[in-house]
Ligand binder design. Structure first.
Ligand SMILES: *Cc1c(COP(=O)(O)O)cnc(C)c1O
Length: 220
């Protein structure tokens, strides 16, 4: 079977697995070629994600009809790329960077997720769980950003299920207080099935979709 067919087939299998829970798929394209993005776009995938601000800009410029999500670490001097090009920003974790992004959001409201550190590792990105409510409150003064949910990453060697369950509990609590905080973006190639069981509304998949895709083998 050629590589193009195999890629579409892997994508279909994932979509089928996500369909009973209505979980959305973000195709994380950071390791893959424009070619592979086009193949999935043709198959019907509309939401893609990048973790570097310049790659977000490049991909959003190349594929303006797709929705580009930003999921990575952001420094303030690159905030303009997220403000201009992101359809959704998943990795908001501090007010300074949020204000820097907001300056570049024009004539629209950018949906954002607060990234929570659920791994317990201090060097990992994200707000500590006890800081989420305060950051949410502070963000109410920024009209161009709208918090619609939470994002988190489990640590590979910790208790993945417990970490996802904690993030879900935090989302439930926020949603009860502020109805529109409903998205729960968690789960990557190694742990997405657990994330779906724990109630993820979006998963971010890169290698499991694209890893075996070798553009030089594509027969067109
Ligand atoms: C790269 C990346 C992913 C996708 O990782 P895979 O394990 O390749 O699926 C998901 N989330 C974030 C934040 C990433 O940087």
């Amino acid at each position: 079977m050629n590589q193009r067919k195999a890629l579409v087939q892997r994508w279909r299998k994932v979509c089928d697995a996500l369909s009973p829970s209505h979980t959305s798929l973000l195709a994380v394209s950071k390791y893959t070629s424009d070619d592979a993005v086009q193949i999935l776009a043709d198959a019907g995938q509309a939401d893609f994600a990048e973790s570097k601000p310049q790659s977000l800009r490049d991909r959003a410029t190349t594929f303006p009809l797709l929705r580009w999500h930003f999921i990575g670490h952001l420094q303030k001097n690159k905030a303009k790329y997220v403000g201009r090009y992101a359809a959704m920003w998943h990795s908001l974790c501090d007010m300074d960077t949020a204000l820097a992004v907001a300056k570049h959001v024009q004539n629209r409201v950018l949906p954002v997720l607060i990234q929570v550190n659920i791994s317990g590792e201090s060097q990992k990105q994200g707000v500590q769980p006890e800081g989420v409510a305060g950051l949410y409150e502070a963000l109410q003064s920024v009209p161009s950003l709208e918090v619609i949910g939470l994002m988190g990453m489990a640590s590979r060697d910790g208790d993945v299920q417990a970490a996802f369950a904690r993030l879900r509990a935090l989302r439930d609590d926020m949603q009860q207080k502020h109805g529109k905080v409903r998205e729960l973006c968690m789960g990557m190639s190694g742990d997405w099935k657990i994330a779906v069981q724990e109630g993820a509304t979006m998963v971010r998949l890169g290698s499991t979709l694209f890893a075996e895709y070798k553009p030089e083998n594509v027969k067109t």
